[in-house]
Write a protein that binds this ligand. Structure first.
Ligand code: SF4
Length: 451
């Protein structure tokens, strides 16, 4: 790309690129890193440290065609209850390995759909977490909520377990788009869920919306954004639909001829982002829009925003422990992932009490590159002086990648003293520029497009 060429008119967004929720990305994990590291890394968390716990529920009542989450359709309450039994065993085993004095600062139930759990199973899970682990009095407890399944009893059960934050998923409210993606969800259902959550005292509500869906145009995207704002969420995440049928077979149900092209996706992102900002939300990172008084907006302003496997976060945790099938743990030393198949996960938890399948142990180079990529994704800049303070002279590992970025992206980037900066179009360019710093991007065929 020449320096003068407008970024938005180029074809660079057709490229496949990681979302950089972690570095190295999960497809690089290897089976040689597993149970031994898990035990050692858990024991190495400093006493007095604060960690997060992510609990994965890999079940939904019915699969939506667009979704690439690791989940399966389940109707039998017994399968769900048995799985919860495995989660409880894993939690107890983790608790045995954690040093005394380690506190849980964040809990997240995700999926799949955690609302598929019965109130009794929610209570078992909440009780065991609190009786086995030292949950801090001010711990944030987030639950992913499927608005279509919300009934007052479920919300009461979750609030009874201490839920403080919720994330809801909307995609698009146009019925034609909803039929094309195999998921029907009305604004009435969504509004009712939000009202019940607020009434129960849930202080922070986020809503995820998608652009780039089949039959979706700018009108639908704007109308959806407008409808979402009518329920006054604290955070809105604006994600591009990732069409990866080679990874998520259910996406073969999507009619590819109905998908908008790259230019249209760029426009959809642009108008939705502008709309959310004009409505008073602060843009955060590449895809979040947050009320200015929200903790995540404050973290972004103060340079404390982080990026983890799930999304952006304002936490400063020493580690996040993934519990459940396919769940990923992140430690200072590396990443670990549990058995991805639910049956295999439960079998291993029953026999061995832990179920790590693969992982990655960081080299110093991984740490430098990973931190630099995180800086780009969070604040569109790489602070080389901060990297030198943290890693010594090894920040020079980035020299070649930064030179490539300057060559490819011309005036869209600048090196000013010790700061490499994306000076325009940061949210849409960050992934592409981050790839210049990625020494392990060979798996690009697995990724979705760059916008
Ligand atoms: S969108 Fe939610 S309910 Fe639908 S398949 Fe994905 S996780 Fe399940």
């Amino acid at each position: 790309m020449s320096a003068k060429q407008p970024v938005r008119n180029s074809g660079i967004f057709d490229q496949k690129v990681s979302r950089y929720l972690c570095y190295p990305s999960v497809e690089h994990f290897v089976p040689e890193v597993g149970g031994a590291q898990h035990e050692a890394w858990l024991r190495a968390i400093p006493s007095g440290g604060r960690i997060g716990v992510y609990i994965h529920v890999p079940f939904c009542e019915k699969l939506c065609w667009f979704c690439s989450c690791r989940t399966q359709a389940v109707r039998s309450p017994k399968i769900v209850a048995d799985y919860v039994g495995s989660l409880l065993r894993e939690i107890r085993r983790i608790a045995e390995l954690l040093p005394a004095g380690v506190e849980i600062g964040r809990i997240h139930w995700g999926g799949g759909s955690p609302l598929i759990l019965s109130p009794e199973d929610m209570a078992r899970l909440g009780r065991t977490t609190r009786s086995s682990l030292a949950v801090a009095a001010d711990a944030e407890f987030t639950v992913e909520i499927d608005a279509r399944r919300v009934v007052p009893e479920t919300i009461e059960a979750l609030i009874g377990q201490g839920m403080t934050r919720s994330t809801l998923f909307v995609q698009d409210f146009d019925p034609r788009v909803q039929r094309a993606i195999g998921r029907l969800q009305s604004l009435d259902d969504t509004g009712r869920a939000v009202r019940l959550l607020r009434k129960g005292g849930v202080g922070s509500i986020g809503i995820d919306m998608l652009y780039g869906l089949p039959l979706q145009g700018c009108v639908q995207v704007l109308e959806t954004a407008n409808a979402i704002l009518s329920v006054e969420p604290d955070r809105v995440a604006l994600f591009g639909y990732a069409h990866v049928p080679w990874m998520a077979k259910r996406q073969n149900m999507i009619n590819e001829a109905q998908l908008p092209g790259t230019e249209e996706r760029l426009t959809q992102y642009g108008i939705a982002a502008e709309y959310l900002v004009r409505a008073g939300y602060d843009p955060v990172g590449i895809d979040h829009f947050v009320k200015p008084e929200d903790a995540m907006a404050r973290a972004a302003r103060e340079g404390r925003l982080r990026r983890r496997h799930l999304a952006y976060t304002d936490d400063s945790l020493d580690a996040v422990i993934g519990i459940g099938a396919s769940a990923i743990s992140s430690f200072r030393q590396g990443f670990l992932q549990n058995e991805r198949q639910t049956v295999a996960y439960s079998a291993r938890i029953g026999a061995e009490r832990l179920a790590i399948q693969r992982g990655w142990a960081f080299s110093l180079e991984d740490k430098v590159r990973g931190r630099a990529i995180e800086m780009l994704m969070c604040g569109f800049r790489v602070d080389l002086a901060a990297l030198r303070r943290e890693f010594g002279d090894f920040a020079s590992i980035l020299d070649a990648g930064l030179a490539t970025a300057r060559e490819r992206f011309g005036e869209a980037v600048a090196l000013e003293g010790e700061t490499f900066r994306i000076v325009r179009d940061g949210p849409i360019l960050a992934r592409l520029i981050a790839r210049c710093l990625d020494a392990r991007n060979a798996a690009e065929g697995r990724y979705s497009g760059a916008i």
